[in-house]
Design a protein around this ligand. Structure first.
Ligand code: PLP
Ligand code: COI
Length: 364
């Protein structure tokens, strides 16, 4: 039930991080370890709808040990970024798309929908309050993490009658620690991420919990990320643990796996397809098998592959490893198509290039 939109009250943090300490953190924030002074929080109660919307000091939240999320993982989240544009204003990239996807995830997880305007307003207000937290590091941004979880104190298996929606912000630099120009990926053959009819297209915490053992396997093999194959035939490339994947061919075309219901409909994926098509490139949304990937890399037909997502932006894939051995795309470094398309996206996101699709949403 979504009744009238709740208005946010503001309680400022009486003990914000000291300015000198903040400056130190913002010079090299890494990814997901530094957090701002505030958070947004809204409650949902069955019969009452969304209420008690607040911007409050960021602090631990108390949960009853029987809170439903701790047992049955009814939880969803989003990830989007805010940038300081070339002209000094703050802006988010396609937040309306995240608001829509959040509600698609909510529907799949049997959770209440959050009015899109409440989603957008929670983020705008939080970014305004924490506006002094933009990283000073090159390529830095505010990584915004809205999430919602079941909070009814009940051990019966059913959709919860109570939920909390929160937004936290992490000032970030690059996602990959190595800072390498291209990443290596491990082809998981023992584990799959999602099956038809499952939750693969939803952004729910459970998908990531299920990917961790495969990600750990990737790390053991010296790889940065894991790539999953389809659950039924272990043949078709789906996506990485936290990113979509693209392939670039010697005829200038691009290909990416189709939205079959088992992969996340990435907003970066959608943006890159739009930008590439506007450049006149052919973009196919068609299945691509791991065997074809290996063969095309060997023949030189496939010249580049890259991962894309909010956290990873556009990251070249240099090496692919599996129990059958390893292969490289080209020389294993970043390719020209990848870097050109990345630059196009990043320039729009930072307000350097015009924004013909209306993707940049300014915050006054
Ligand atoms: N696939 C998965 C599993 C992800 O976690 C993400 C990151 O959000 C993506 C793809 C890319 O989605 P987006 O471009 O919307 O960030
Ligand atoms: C994102 O890019 O927003 C994600 O959720 C991916 C995760 C690996 C941080």
């Amino acid at each position: 039930m979504a009744s009238a939109l709740p208005a946010f009250t503001l309680e400022r943090n009486p003990q914000p991080v000291a300015i000198a300490e903040r400056a130190k953190l913002l010079a090299d924030p890494g990814f997901g370890r530094v957090f701002t002074d505030h958070m947004a929080i809204v409650r949902y109660t069955e019969g009452k709808g969304w209420h008690d919307a607040r911007i409050a000091p960021r602090k631990p939240i108390a949960l009853d040990p029987a809170s439903a999320v701790l047992h049955y993982a009814q939880e969803i989240f989003e990830g989007l970024k805010a940038y300081r544009l070339a002209d000094g204003t703050m802006a988010m990239f396609r937040p309306d798309a995240n608001a829509r996807r959040f509600n698609q995830s909510a529907e799949r997880l049997a959770m209440p929908k959050l009015p899109e305007e409440t989603f957008l307003e929670s983020i705008r207000q939080l970014v305004r309050v924490d506006r002094d937290w933009f990283p000073t590091v090159e390529g830095g941004s505010l990584y915004i993490r809205p999430f919602m979880f079941a909070n009814e104190v009940f051990l019966g298996v059913k959709p919860s009658a109570e939920y909390l929606y929160l937004v936290i912000i992490s000032p970030v630099g690059g996602y990959f620690k190595s800072g390498a120009s291209a990443v290596s990926i491990w082809v998981s053959q023992s584990y799959t991420r999602a099956a038809p009819g499952g939750t693969g297209a939803a952004k729910c915490g459970g998908n990531y919990a299920a990917s961790l053992v495969a990600q750990a396997e990737a790390s053991r093999h010296g790889c940065d990320q894991v790539v999953f194959l389809d659950a039924a035939s272990h043949k078709w490339v789906e996506e990485l643990g936290g990113m979509n994947v693209f392939f670039a061919f010697d005829d200038g075309s691009l290909q990416t796996p189709p939205l079959s219901g088992t992969i996340l409909p990435g907003i970066t994926r959608d943006s890159l397809m739009t930008l590439a098509r506007a450049e006149g490139l052919t973009v196919r949304e068609e299945p691509y098998s791991i065997d074809q990937w290996r063969a095309d890399a060997a023949s030189g037909r496939l010249t580049e592959a890259f991962a894309c997502g909010t956290a990873a932006v556009v990251t070249p894939i240099g090496t692919v490893k599996s129990p059958e051995g390893e292969f490289k795309m080209g020389t294993g470094g970043p390719g020209q198509t990848t870097m050109r398309i990345k630059q196009k996206l990043v320039d729009i996101q930072h307000g350097i290039a015009p924004d013909p699709h209306g993707w940049v949403s300014r915050i006054d």
